[in-house]
Design a protein around this ligand. Structure first.
Ligand code: HPA
Length: 317
């Protein structure tokens, strides 16, 4: 079932209590949580030497168990930056396509709320739809299309959990403008190589997965105004906004979606191609999981630096 668990608040509180019982005083009050997407677990390296607690998801009561390759699951508590800001890192996340309910997909977000987290930074690997994007670019999300939500796959379906928020939460300004401004500031300050990687603002389309999009679906998403497409993030953001958590989200463009039509039996250009031309034409831009992980490895360091810079900027206030 896709319904929210009626005892979601009690269960999140129980889990938060367990987590707190494992943390020293210095780590008890993380104000910021960071969700690390596919191949972006390297963000955990930004944690300073000092107090640090790692809790594998399988040891945490009520937590979903992650199943995807390259998505090791653990909750890490530590401090970041010279200011020793306490943070919570979620390395690996539960996806809807794994078979988890939306309730479980967003459970960790709710635990963060109970822990007192005020700002959540969500990262993911996504396919680029915007023709100006390139593999390795970073997209700061400024909006989303909750396509799965349109057909009822929505984390807030079911009785409203009043302890978290209202029945009909607005989503019109889900992506915090102040945080987005800080991103651009941080990007300039870091002076990263513009040839290698650029930053954009864009719209993320959420699909349930697990298959990648067809060519026609990619064209449809582009027409709908999406700049990137992926299989995560939006459920967590909806639940975070419901609970009044400030949201910042990044997509790493790990592959470009194919917008060109494929081989159609009646297409004279396709008919005229020999086998190797046709293989090349059809192979171009086909998404695969390995490529997604590889782009993640290369870009993780810049993404890390960016997040760290934003945190230090936040701390200065
Ligand atoms: N489509 C959907 N999800 C993705 C993609 C994609 O092309 N790349 C990484 N995650």
């Amino acid at each position: 079932d896709t319904l929210a668990h009626p005892n979601a608040y009690a269960r999140a509180s129980e889990t938060a209590q367990h987590v707190l019982s494992k943390l020293p005083d210095t780590l008890q009050k993380p104000k910021v949580a960071i969700v690390c997407g596919s191949g972006l677990g390297g963000l955990a390296d930004t944690i300073e030497a000092g107090p640090k607690v790692e809790l594998p998801y399988e040891t945490i009561p009520n937590f979903p168990q992650s199943t995807v390759q390259g998505h090791a699951g653990k909750f890490i508590f530590g401090v970041i930056g010279e200011q020793k800001m306490p943070v919570a890192l979620l390395v690996g996340r539960a996806h809807f396509y794994e078979g988890h309910t939306m309730d479980l997909v967003t459970f960790a977000t709710r635990v963060c709320k109970v822990l007192g987290v005020e700002t959540i930074i969500v990262t993911n690997a996504a396919g680029g739809l915007n023709e100006n994007y390139r593999v390795g670019d970073i997209v700061c999300l400024n909006d989303h299309l909750n396509l799965a939500g349109f057909v009822g796959i929505h984390p807030l379906r079911g009785p409203n959990i009043e302890e978290f928020g209202v029945r009909f939460p607005p989503m019109s300004d889900a992506y915090d403008l102040d945080l987005r401004r800080r991103v651009h500031k941080a990007w300039v300050k870091l002076g990263l190589d513009q040839q290698k990687r650029r930053i954009h603002e864009g719209v993320y389309a959420f699909l349930a997965g697990p298959s990648y999009e067809t060519r026609a679906e990619c064209r449809m998403l582009r027409m709908l105004g999406a700049d990137v497409v992926g299989m995560s993030t939006v459920p967590e953001i909806v639940v975070a906004r419901h609970a009044g958590i400030r949201v910042l989200a990044f997509s790493l463009v790990t592959n470009m979606a194919v917008l060109e039509p494929g081989a159609r039996g009646n297409d004279s250009i396709i008919q005229a191609m020999n086998k190797s031309e046709l293989d090349q034409y059809l192979g171009k831009g086909k998404a695969n999981h390995e490529e997604v992980l590889e782009a993640g490895r290369e870009a993780a360091k810049d993404m890390q630096a960016l997040v760290k810079q934003i945190l230090s900027d936040l701390h200065e206030d």
